[in-house]
Design a protein around this ligand. Structure first.
Ligand code: AMP
Length: 389
């Protein structure tokens, strides 16, 4: 393990392969740098409309070659959406690789791209430690009463049908960052975290552990999202298939890609466009904003109940970090629950973590740092191997 010099900076590459994009970032970090938040971002980029992940990886390496300056990469952290029941990040060996492959069945839009990115990156960097950082892992602490669907056993036993939860990298990153800001241990905090982006989910983080989250078997469950419906009565779908001639595959596609804000507003899946249309009087756009805020509010109430109260409500991701009207809309009428947003603090423009409501349950905006968390998990794996060797 020639590259892992404990006490010195190591180059860690982060690869986040989406359904049609590749985000990448190169960090120089060390255990000391991670502890003092002084990891250095050496370069990052986004490649969109990816047709071949192998070509995209090649492009990323070309772009980063200057930042690498001929130095070796010690570790590569791969974001993997579905990690089944893995409770933590894993060094990718043959067994982990084949588990990720088997999980393609449960996450057909995501895991195949992560695998392709991993295989291409491994071909470029065969001596680096490759680590899978899963979006599901943080939610493995959810108790059975919250993750099990109350369905007849014949349909759930041995079929892996359960709630897994997603966005775990983001929820974990925000909960750790919030604890650091408060100078508290995560074990002393109960947080409701709203990750509101193109995909959205809310998570109840009870003393550092996810105890419930709004996404389920797939990222379709829960909130109204850009193009996803969130919760729908399963029998409405079966009714459409059995009695209205709906094609199951087309229906699944519509639930994921043509629903949510896009369907209700008839305008866009992008909250900025929907808000602009609502402001200019478009009733459908207003209905979409109302549905989005109301569904989020319901989960905030549910998770406050699940934890017998909360210390803070935290907003993150594209909409959560940038949209004051949506944060205000979600929190409207929650004062008796102890949640009040301060209008001036909410509207102040900032890109850093900040309090926007000093109510009994304080309200915060904390930018998500998914890439940094992936880099640090990878660093931890590389360091553990070096110590061992
Ligand atoms: P993410 O998935 O976290 O990258 O979030 C992307 C989404 O954030 C976009 O689709 C937009 O809907 C939303 N977004 C970003 N900036 C704003 C803003 N200023 N106001 C409302 N929505 C925003």
């Amino acid at each position: 393990m020639p590259y892992a010099r404990i006490g010195y900076g190591m180059k860690i590459l982060v690869l986040n392969a989406g359904s049609s994009s590749l985000k990448y970032a190169l960090y120089e970090t060390s255990p000391e740098a991670a502890a003092s938040d002084s990891d250095q971002l050496l370069g990052e980029g986004l490649i969109e409309r990816v047709i071949s992940m192998a070509d995209a990886i090649k492009t990323a390496f070309t772009v980063l070659s200057k930042a690498l300056g001929g130095e070796a990469v010690a570790g590569v952290g791969h974001r993997v959406v579905h990690g089944g029941t893995y409770p933590a990040s894993m060094i990718i060996d043959a067994a982990v690789e084949s588990t990720i492959e088997a999980l393609c069945e449960l996450a057909p839009l995501h895991n195949p791209h992560s695998l392709e990115a991993y295989r291409a990156a491994r071909a470029h960097l065969p001596h680096a430690v490759h680590v899978a950082v899963f979006d599901t892992a943080f939610h493995q602490t959810i108790p059975r009463h919250a993750y099990a669907y109350a369905m007849a056993n014949e349909y759930v036993a041995d079929k892996k049908i359960r709630r897994y939860g997603f966005h775990g990298i983001s929820h974990r990153s925000v909960s750790l960052r919030f604890a650091k800001i408060q100078r508290k241990s995560p074990a002393d905090l109960r947080l409701v975290i709203c990750h509101l982006g193109n995909g959205s989910s809310i998570c109840a983080v009870d003393r550092g552990r996810s105890i419930d989250t709004s996404m389920g078997f797939t990222p379709l469950e829960g909130l109204v999202m850009g193009t996803r419906s969130g919760d729908v009565d399963a029998s409405a779908l079966l009714h459409l298939i059995l009695h209205a001639g709906a094609d199951p595959a087309a229906l699944l596609h519509a639930l994921n890609n043509k629903s949510g804000l896009l369907a209700i507003s008839g305008v866009s899946n992008d909250m900025r466009d929907v808000l602009t249309a609502a402001d200019s009087g478009n009733e459908h756009a207003k209905a979409a904003v109302d549905a989005f805020c109301y569904r989020a509010k319901k989960f905030i109430g549910a998770y406050s109940a699940a934890m017998n109260g909360a210390d803070a409500l935290v907003f993150t991701a594209g909409i959560g970090e940038h949209s004051a009207p949506i944060r205000a809309g979600i929190c409207e009428g929650l004062d008796r629950l102890g949640i009040v947003v301060d209008p001036a603090l909410n509207q102040a423009k900032s890109t850093t973590a900040r309090c926007i409501g000093h109510s009994p349950i304080s309200v915060w905006v904390v930018p998500t740092e998914e890439q940094l968390l992936i880099a640090r998990d990878t660093l931890a794996a590389v360091t553990a191997i070096s110590r061992h060797n």
